[in-house]
Ligand binder design. Structure first.
Ligand code: FEO
Length: 170
């Protein structure tokens, strides 16, 4: 059985992950509108990953005999002045999410909730990857520095991304 505090915190995290998906989908829409279909593809797949993160939490709450309560998702921004700024925002957002996951782990430890502790381990590792990927994207965009040919190349590279969620223990 899941504790009340943990249930509330995990429900909040479902919302945070759904918002992450909403934010990246908004970035995808923005890139589609800006003539960068590869960037749009990358963000669309990122949004799908976030949906998967939310559903992982959703399933866990149910599995532990808890109750999922969906909260309101706020409206994300719709425009970014440059692709670099969008990816910088994505990195900042991932750092924020890492902080939330760490707080969830703190709660699992404080509550002596070993099942939640074990479950959250996947998210701890996932955030290492999320931040590393976001940093890599920011670095690439900084290197290109808005140069047309470089942007085109990067757009082609981002068009290659496919949805490959990381399984448990990978
Ligand atoms: Fe669900 Fe990008 O962290």
């Amino acid at each position: 059985m899941i504790g009340e505090k943990m249930q509330e915190a995990l429900n909040k995290q479902v919302e945070e992950e759904l918002y992450s998906g909403y934010l990246y989908l908004s970035m995808s829409a923005h890139f589609s509108d800006s003539g960068l279909p590869g960037f749009a593809n990358w963000m669309r797949i990122q949004a799908k990953e976030e949906q998967m993160h939310a559903m992982k939490l959703y399933d866990y709450i149910n599995e532990r005999g808890g109750k999922v309560t969906l909260l309101a998702i706020k409206q994300p921004p719709a425009e970014w002045p440059t692709p670099l700024k969008a990816f910088e925002d994505a990195l900042g957002h991932e750092r924020y999410i890492t902080g939330l996951i760490n707080k969830l782990m703190d709660l699992a430890i404080a509550e002596k909730d070993h099942a939640a502790n074990s479950f959250l381990q996947w998210f701890i590792e996932e955030q290492v990857e999320e931040e590393a990927t976001a940093t890599e994207n920011v670095d690439k965009l900084k290197m290109v520095g808005g140069d047309g040919r470089g942007m085109l190349m990067l757009d082609r590279e981002m068009a290659q991304r496919v949805f490959t969620p990381r399984a448990a223990g990978e």
